[in-house]
Design a protein around this ligand. Structure first.
Ligand SMILES: Cc1cc2nc3c(=O)[nH]c(=O)nc-3n(C[C@H](O)[C@H](O)[C@H](O)COP(=O)(O)OP(=O)(O)OC[C@H]3O[C@@H](n4cnc5c(N)ncnc54)[C@H](O)[C@@H]3O)c2cc1C
Length: 397
C-alpha cells in the first residue's frame, strides 16, 4: 500500500472538543485553511454530557481568581479578550437562548447538542475540515512545519494547536496526548490530578455515608485554603455535590476537609431556644427541624447521644458539643474517585512555557496549547468552558 499523500493546511488542530472546534472555527473564518483531527467517533462529547445535558457554557462571574494555576495571573489576558458576553453574542447569533441558574452559571435552554451544532456550524463557516476517527501516531516539527502522522494520512501545517484535553473520563477517550506532545517539545508539566471530583472514604465513614446515600445538606467545605458554601451530597462511596467537587480541586491527599453543616444557621442557638420553649421535645425531633431525618439520626449516633433524650435533660454544654460537631466536622477522605468521574484535570502544560496572549509555545513558534490540557483549571459552574472559548480565541488570533 502506498503512503497516504500529505495534506497541507495553514493550521492543524488536535482535538475536536470545546476548545479545538471553537479555535478552528475562528481561524477558518479569519481565512486560514484548518483541519481538526480527533480519534473519537463524535465531536465534543464532553459538551454533550455537560451541565446535565444543558451545558453550563459560561459564568457571569468569570475572573482569573476562579481558576487554579501555578501562575494565577496567566489566564487574565485571554479571559479579558474573550468574555462570557462574547459567547452569549455567538449563542444569540445562532438563535440559542439561556438562563442563569445560580452563582452566575449560564445554561443553554436548548439541549447541549445545540452548542455542539453551533461549534460545527462555525467550523463550516470557515470551511474547516473535521476528521473524526483519526488516531494520531506521531507529531514532528522541522523547517517551520509540523507534520502529524495519523491513521488517516499525514497532515502538515506551520501552526499546530493542541486541544486534546486532560485525563478525565478515559471511557470517553481522554488521553495524555497533549502532555506527551508538550514534553516532546521541551515543555514542563505541572503534575496532574483529578479535580471537581467526589471524595471516597473507608471504614466507619464509608459505611455511615453510604447508609444515607442520596441525602443532601448545605455546607461550607474547607480544604487547601479554599472554602465553598454550596450543597453536599452523601453517596455510596463518600461525599459529592457542588461544595465537595469545588473543594476537591484544592484538596491534597492526607488532608482533612472541614465541614460546617448549615453554615447560615446558628445551630447551638436554635437548640437552646428549642430547649427553652419546648423542654419536653426529644433531641431527635429538635435536630430533625434542622437536618433531614436520616442525617440527624446519623449525627446523633456518631455523637453517642440518645435520640429520645428530652431537651430539658441535656446541658447547654451537651448542646454546644452537638452544635460544634456539626459546625466543625473534620472528615478524612481516603482519596477521590479519580479520573474515572472527575469533571476536569488540574495541572497540565506549565504556563511558564506559554504566551498568555496567544497560548503559543515559547520553545517552538507555531505550537499552541489550549483548553483543559493547560495548567488552568476552572471552578465548577461554566468556568472550564469559558476557558476553552477564551484560550481558543487567543490561539486563533
Ligand atoms: C461530566 C462532565 C460535565 C461537565 N460539565 C461542565 C459544565 O457544565 N461546564 C463547564 O464549564 N465545564 C464542564 N465540564 C468540563 C469541560 O467539559 C471541559 O473542561 C472541556 O470540555 C475541556 O475542553 P477541551 O476542548 O480542552 O477538551 P475536551 O472537551 O476533553 O476535548 C478533547 C478532545 O480531544 C480528543 N482527544 C483526546 N486524546 C486524543 C488523542 N490521543 N488523539 C486524538 N484525539 C484525542 C477527545 O476525543 C476530545 O474530543 C464537564 C466535564 C465533565 C466530564
Amino acid at each position: 500500500m502506498s503512503a497516504p499523500a500529505s495534506s497541507r493546511y495553514d493550521a492543524i488542530v488536535l482535538g475536536a472538543g470545546a476548545a479545538g472546534l471553537f479555535c478552528a472555527g475562528r481561524m477558518g473564518q479569519a481565512g486560514q485553511r484548518v483541519v481538526v483531527l480527533d480519534h473519537a467517533a463524535k465531536p465534543a462529547e464532553k459538551v454533550r454530557i455537560s451541565g446535565g445535558g444543558r451545558c453550563n457554557f459560561t459564568n457571569l462571574e468569570t475572573a482569573a481568581n476562579r481558576f487554579i494555576s501555578q501562575n494565577p495571573h496567566f489566564a487574565k489576558s485571554a479571559l479579558a479578550r474573550y468574555t462570557p458576553w462574547d459567547f452569549m453574542d455567538l449563542m444569540a447569533k445562532h438563535g440559542l437562548t439561556w438562563h442563569e441558574k445560580t452563582l452566575g452559571q449560564l445554561f443553554c435552554d436548548q439541549k447541549s447538542g445545540a452548542i455542539i451544532q453551533l461549534l460545527l456550524d462555525e467550523l463550516a463557516a470557515g470551511q474547516g475540515d473535521l476528521r473524526l476517527g483519526t488516531g494520531i501516531t506521531a507529531v514532528r516539527h522541522a523547517d517551520g512545519l509540523f507534520t502529524v502522522e495519523t491513521s488517516s494520512g499525514v497532515f502538515t501545517a506551520p501552526k499546530l494547536v493542541v486541544a486534546t484535553g486532560g485525563l478525565s473520563i478515559p471511557k470517553m477517550g481522554a488521553t495524555g496526548l497533549a502532555y506527551d506532545i508538550a514534553r516532546q517539545f521541551g515543555h514542563a508539566i505541572v503534575p496532574t490530578r483529578a479535580a471537581l471530583v467526589p471524595f471516597v472514604f473507608t471504614g466507619a465513614d464509608h459505611e455511615d455515608f453510604a447508609s444515607i446515600s442520596g441525602v443532601a445538606c448545605d455546607v461550607r467545605a474547607v480544604a487547601g485554603g479554599a472554602a465553598f458554601e454550596e450543597a453536599m451530597l452523601f453517596t455510596h462511596r463518600g461525599l459529592s455535590g457542588p461544595a465537595i467537587l469545588q473543594v476537591s480541586s484544592y484538596w491534597q491527599p492526607g488532608e482533612a476537609v472541614q465541614l460546617t453543616l448549615l453554615p447560615a444557621r446558628d445551630i447551638a442557638g436554635q437548640l437552646k431556644e428549642a430547649k427553652r420553649e419546648r423542654p419536653m421535645q426529644t433531641l431527635a425531633t429538635a435536630l430533625e427541624s434542622l437536618l433531614v431525618k436520616r442525617l440527624a439520626e446519623l449525627v446523633l449516633r456518631r455523637q453517642g447521644l440518645n435520640p429520645a433524650a428530652r431537651l430539658a435533660d441535656l446541658s447547654h454544654a451537651t448542646l454546644d458539643d452537638l452544635a460544634g460537631a456539626l459546625t466543625n466536622w473534620q472528615v478524612h477522605p481516603a482519596g477521590t474517585e479519580g479520573y474515572r468521574t472527575a469533571e476536569v484535570t488540574a495541572g497540565g502544560v506549565d504556563t511558564d512555557g506559554l504566551s498568555s496572549r496567544t497560548l503559543e509555545s515559547r520553545n517552538v513558534p507555531g505550537l499552541h496549547f489550549i483548553g483543559e490540557c493547560v495548567d488552568v483549571t476552572g471552578w465548577l459552574g461554566g468556568y472550564n468552558f469559558q476557558w476553552a472559548w477564551a484560550s481558543g480565541a487567543a490561539a486563533a488570533e
